[in-house]
Design a protein around this ligand. Structure first.
Ligand SMILES: Cc1cc2nc3c(=O)[nH]c(=O)nc-3n(C[C@H](O)[C@H](O)[C@H](O)COP(=O)(O)OP(=O)(O)OC[C@H]3O[C@@H](n4cnc5c(N)ncnc54)[C@H](O)[C@@H]3O)c2cc1C
Length: 373
């Protein structure tokens, strides 16, 4: 039996759920297909960092658009998503790193972006009192913060359903094809058909794009996180180190989440990851070195999530270069949680209005098209 919808969205991460919600706000009735459950993968297990700080220039307009939505997330979703805005701070550990921070902020200012601010050692220590005395300064993005990833993805999904989206979980979309002017996907024994298909399948999206003749250089990676035992309150903002793979934040209950990009080994067909404990130990040692208050903490738990990483670390967001009615929204390369609200809004504008005011041209799938095709 074929069921008709206004749009089919493949993938129930924050991106698919955000697009589903924004399509319903525009009056459409999409169906979202999720092979496991919404938020099962990267969107539900990430560090929750809501960061404009240290982004590639090409995605800053999207990040700024998203931040505006984060700041009103309760109005949109009837759920605060535990979003808190304590800022994010990038710490320079020496004068060479501080010089690079200075150059970066000057570059952004020249482009008209003012969200990143250079700070000296005094301001760094005001924001992050426990940082080692040797750190000479850094950069702050004061409106940044963090949210609860599973709560956020669930809130988008729930609101989309309330406004008329259908969510199908526990069964994969397969046999994606275009027939008689409609996109069709098989979902178990049923088929859905719609004029619009959004490929928001996270680490699995590259396969869908390739099967439809639009291969993208994307690999599957599995960033790791760990959480410590409780330590006395010592930090409010999220902290990132400029020179090392490290980010961390302290929760209200005193535990500290440590991440930053060390990778586990993913098996995306089995939904599994194998942790790399020696690299986790490097991150833990760095935090313990820089923050004496952490020295008595122990690591309580570690995990990883499966994520799509493109060759240029930028997402693919926008219409297909080949097929009418096909849109891609994947490849968020370890930093797509903050972009979720904005990317869904932009995707709905592309689908409903045929364009968007948000500058996303550099994120087009066309950038990977071989020059002779
Ligand atoms: C450990 C970790 C920490 C991170 N920290 C941050 C952070 O602090 N800040 C930040 O901004 N970003 C962070 N990220 C990145 C962020 O989590 C991701 O970029 C973002 O969640 C990607 O969302 P998505 O919707 O594209 O993908 P996903 O959340 O992976 O969702 C895609 C969904 O598609 C489903 N799917 C795939 N194929 C099919 C199919 N055929 N049929 C049906 N369903 C299908 C999958 O089951 C999956 O649920 C982190 C990521 C990880 C793993």
């Amino acid at each position: 039996m074929t069921k008709l919808a206004d749009a089919i969205i493949v993938g129930g991460g924050i991106h698919g759920c955000s697009t589903a919600l924004h399509l319903t706000l525009a009056g459409m009735k999409p169906v979202l297909i999720e092979k496991d459950y919404a938020g099962r993968h990267a969107s539900g297990v990430n560090a929750g960092g809501v960061r404009q700080l240290a982004r590639h220039v090409a995605e800053i307009p999207l990040s700024i658009r998203s931040m505006g939505i984060w700041e009103r997330i309760n109005e949109l979703l009837d759920d605060d998503c535990s979003f808190e805005s304590h800022g994010q701070v990038l710490v320079a550990e020496n004068e060479t790193e501080l010089a690079a921070c200075r150059a970066r902020v000057a570059e952004l200012n020249a482009l008209g972006f003012t969200h990143e601010e250079l700070i000296d050692g005094t301001e760094l220590r005001r924001l992050v009192p426990a940082v080692a005395d040797t750190c000479p300064g850094g950069v702050v993005s004061r409106r940044d913060g963090a949210a609860n990833p599973a709560q956020t993805t669930t809130a988008f999904r729930r609101k989309a359903e309330q406004l008329g989206a259908t969510v199908r979980e526990g069964v994969a979309a397969s046999n994606v094809r275009r027939e008689d002017g409609l996109w069709r996907v098989d979902v178990g024994s049923e088929t859905y058909a719609a004029p619009v298909l959004v490929n928001a399948a996270g680490a699995w999206a590259g396969r869908i794009a390739a099967a439809l003749g639009e291969p993208v250089p994307v690999e599957t990676v599995a960033p790791m996180l760990m959480i410590t035992s409780r330590v006395p309150h010592f930090i409010d903002p999220v902290v990132i180190l400029r020179g090392r793979k490290l980010s961390f934040k302290q929760f209200k209950n005193g535990t500290v989440l440590i991440g930053g990009g060390h990778l586990a080994t993913p098996d995306q067909d089995r939904n599994e990851t194998v942790l790399d404990w020696p690299s986790l130990a490097i991150s833990a040692r760095t935090v313990f070195e820089l923050f004496p208050v952490m020295r008595d903490a122990t690591i309580m738990r570690a995990w990883a999530g499966i994520e799509a990483k493109t060759k240029d670390d930028l997402p693919v967001l926008g219409p297909s270069a080949h097929h009418a009615g096909l849109y891609h929204q994947f490849g968020f390369s370890l930093h797509g949680f903050q972009l979720g609200p904005g990317a869904g809004a932009v995707m709905a504008e592309l689908i409903v209005n045929g364009g968007t005011q948000t500058r996303i041209g550099d994120l087009s799938i066309d950038r990977f098209r071989p020059s002779n095709s």
